[in-house]
Design a protein around this ligand. Structure first.
Ligand SMILES: Cc1cc2nc3c(=O)[nH]c(=O)nc-3n(C[C@H](O)[C@H](O)[C@H](O)COP(=O)(O)O)c2cc1C
Length: 330
């Protein structure tokens, strides 16, 4: 039985007639949320997984690498593809190509990326300066593709401006909205405000998903209870720790932490990640090295282990370091 006041939803999370097994979602993260990583998060209970952001321009120009980012498999459903761009025509054309190829449950538009390479092209969080363009993008999409459309935003420097964007997204036909409670200028620093998501949830009728700084059961419970949002999206806390989804859902359901052997869990999950990368044919040495370091998170003496991983130049030597990680710390 969930503790009184719990907002963990085991059965009734619905977006655009899609019923989700719970309300914990994996955030889109460039260079992290490939199919292998998403499948691990799914295994641990992420109800909806998001692709890395995909350039609409690149899809329309038939960019192979960008197309690959939408790669999915039947077991992953429901999953969401996120696109970025600044022209409603190009985004709609890209969305048509992606829906045809991968049949995602939702297509999300990135309105939050603060990276200068993206904002210089007037994409990502730069769109937040143009409510009219946002309206055109969402209404063109909803009018021309059959997949439900959502948007993920950052907040602006005032509540009124942020509410205006949220209302625009809803009135243009989006099925849901995600609010990361930082401004574009904050990048990833400072704290993520919950005030905006709380206020937007009060005003809008579509599901609102709160995102930013949710890292454990306590912060998840607080974010859900304080904002009364429909769902939670988890980003950085899942990097190197896909098991976070099980930990958080356990806490939300039982009101107490889940006891596990963290180090062994991390090694096993990393090994499974490497197998999944092979299975889906998306192996890349750079990614394996980066992920091996990420999976040392929270392990005792992780700096020493990461030092060893830095000097490991073959997949075999990376695997040796990871296999020995728990011996190292015992
Ligand atoms: C490595 C990395 C890559 C990211 N890539 C994307 C992206 O492709 N699309 C997007 O909307 N947000 C992206 N984000 C932002 C996250 O989705 C999320 O909004 C942000 O990290 C705040 O949530 P958190 O505190 O749970 O990490 C990225 C964040 C990180 C750390």
């Amino acid at each position: 039985m969930p503790p009184p006041g719990s907002h963990f939803q085991k059965t009734n999370m619905i977006i655009a007639n899609l019923k989700f097994p719970n309300n914990l979602f994996l955030a889109p993260m460039a260079n992290v949320t490939n199919l292998a990583f998403r499948m691990l998060c799914k295994k641990y209970g992420a109800a909806l997984t998001y692709s890395e952001m995909i350039s609409a321009n690149a899809i329309v120009r038939q960019g192979e690498k960008s197309m690959q980012r939408g790669l999915t498999c039947e077991d992953e459903q429901p999953f969401c593809i996120q696109v970025f761009g600044n022209s409603s025509d190009t985004i709609t054309e890209a969305a048509r190509i992606l829906e045809e190829a991968y049949r995602p449950a939702i297509i999300d538009v990135n309105m939050g990326c603060p990276a200068p390479t993206v904002t210089k092209q007037e994409c990502g969080s730069a769109l937040l300066n143009s409510p009219e363009l946002i309206h055109n993008i969402i209404s063109d999409l909803t009018g021309n593709i059959s997949t439900p459309v959502s948007a993920k935003i950052r907040v602006l420097d005032s509540m009124e401006k942020t509410l205006k964007i949220a209302r625009t997204i809803e009135s243009a036909g989006a099925c849901a909205i995600t609010i990361h409670g930082r401004t574009r200028e904050q990048m990833y620093s400072g704290t993520s405000s919950l005030e905006y998501a709380k206020r937007i949830k009060k005003e809008l009728s579509i599901p609102v998903i709160v995102n930013g700084d949710i890292k454990d059961g306590i912060s998840a419970k607080h974010a859900l209870e304080y904002t009364e949002c429909d769902g939670l999206m988890i980003g950085r806390a899942a990097i190197g720790t896909p098991y976070i989804f099980r930990r958080i859902s356990h806490y939300l359901e039982n009101g107490e932490p889940l006891e596990t052997n963290h180090c062994i869990q991390q090694v096993n999950d990393f090994i499974e990640y490497t197998k999944l990368v092979g299975k889906y044919n998306i192996f890349s040495p750079g990614n394996i090295k980066a992920q091996s370091k990420a999976f040392t998170k929270g392990v005792a003496d992780s700096r020493i282990i990461r030092g060893k991983l830095n000097s490991a130049h073959t997949i075999g030597s990376i695997m040796d370091v990871m296999h020995g990680m728990c011996d190292e710390t015992s």
